[in-house]
Design a protein around this ligand. Structure first.
Ligand code: KG4
Ligand code: ZN
Length: 344
């Protein structure tokens, strides 16, 4: 029995959660910074860390209050120590260390990607282990063999942009709002997937590597051509068609790599996690794949797909059971692969 308070501040969202036994989410609070970064069309790291400082105390207090738990009842403090923006990470990390020092409770250091993978174990219908974990977030597009939550093995990933980045950059190019992924999803529903023949990078190549930067450029070029033919402005129907055709191309690649990874590993379960897992068309296509090849799937509830602290607590619970706690000299790291032996 462990009651864990977890903090997550690796990028632009600040989150605190109280989770019992790694599965029972008593409270999950997310302080979004969408309004802070919207004027810039992307995350401004310095503004992100400053906003974390401003809201951290209140966010943690809100999580404890919502869970109706006192700080002294908590068994351990978990925190994301990387990868992410170093300034943002340091805010959560320093606060977590101070809490651990003040309460005398153990500190658990969690890898952000392992957190995303663990979101498949939260919610109404947790996915049993082992599973194929497909992380499709703003920062990562990577496939993992997940035998246990804190020992995921990387199978393949994007060589350049993440799929989420491509969604965000396409949205920005088309003048849609921020964050862009959701906007592309919505506009694509009114567009025609066959309107443009965009490339499916690395679709036919063997292996589980991916690439999305060329696809993003192809969309930008097509948009420029359309603009010059229609007096410098894209028509609404063009935007919808570009979104639909781009989204379908990206999803074709994601679905085909998932299919290949399932075949190669023989895993019978698939978890789609990270912000892009909120995409309605991607969910639909992955569900079709799962039905076709009789694989069990899990798409976490939308609130657990994007960055949150409940997923951090889920990994921490596993680590705590294995005695994997951290010292108060714990450092933040901007990049480190999952599964590295000395990774937190
Ligand atoms: O996992 P996440 O919250 O942050 C990272 O850890 O990176 O993922 C954010 C990403 C952004 O690229 C955002 O545009 C994308 O998830 N996203 C979506 C949708 N909702 C969020 N992309 C496509 N369709 C959506 N509905
Ligand atoms: Zn994330």
């Amino acid at each position: 029995m462990a009651l864990i308070l977890a903090l997550e501040s690796s990028c632009d969202d600040l989150a605190a959660a109280v989770v019992r036994d790694g599965v029972d989410v008593l409270a999950s609070v997310v302080q979004s910074q969408d309004a802070v970064h919207a004027p810039y069309g992307g995350v401004v790291p310095e503004l992100a860390s400053r906003d974390h400082v401003r809201h951290l105390h209140a966010t943690v207090t809100r999580a404890l209050t919502r869970a109706a738990v006192a700080l002294d009842e908590i068994d351990a403090i978990a925190v994301t120590s990387g990868p992410g923006l170093i300034g943002s990470l340091l805010v959560g990390l320093s606060f977590a260390k101070a809490l651990a020092y003040r309460t005398g409770k153990p500190l658990v250091s969690v890898h952000h990607i392992e957190g995303h993978l663990a979101s498949a174990r939260l919610g109404e219908r947790p996915l049993a282990l082992p599973f194929l974990g497909f992380v499709v977030s703003g920062g990562h597009t990577a496939l993992y063999d997940v035998q246990t939550l804190a020992s995921a093995r990387l199978l393949g990933q994007t060589r350049d942009d993440s799929a989420g980045e491509a969604f965000d950059k396409v949205a920005k190019r088309l003048g849609l709002g921020y964050p862009g992924g959701r906007e592309v999803d919505v506009h694509a529903r009114r567009g025609r997937i066959g309107a443009f023949a965009f490339p499916r990078p690395m679709l036919r190549e063997p292996g589980l590597e991916m690439s999305f930067s060329g696809l993003k450029t192809a969309v930008a070029l097509e948009a420029a051509g359309l603009e010059s033919r229609s007096g410098g402005r894209l028509r609404e129907s063009d935007v919808a068609d570009l979104c639909a055709a781009f989204q379908e191309a990206a999803i074709d690649v994601l679905v085909s790599k998932a299919r290949r990874a399932l075949a190669e590993t023989g895993l019978g379960r698939l978890a789609l996690v990270g912000g892009l897992a909120a995409n309605s068309r991607l969910r639909e296509r992955m569900a079709e794949l799962a039905r076709e090849i009789s694989v069990e799937t899990h798409f976490p509830p939308l609130a657990l797909c994007t960055d949150n602290a409940a997923m951090i607590a889920a990994v921490a619970d596993d680590m705590l059971r294995a005695g994997r706690t951290a010292g108060l000299d714990l450092e933040a790291f901007s990049r480190v692969p999952v599964g590295r032996p000395d990774a937190p």
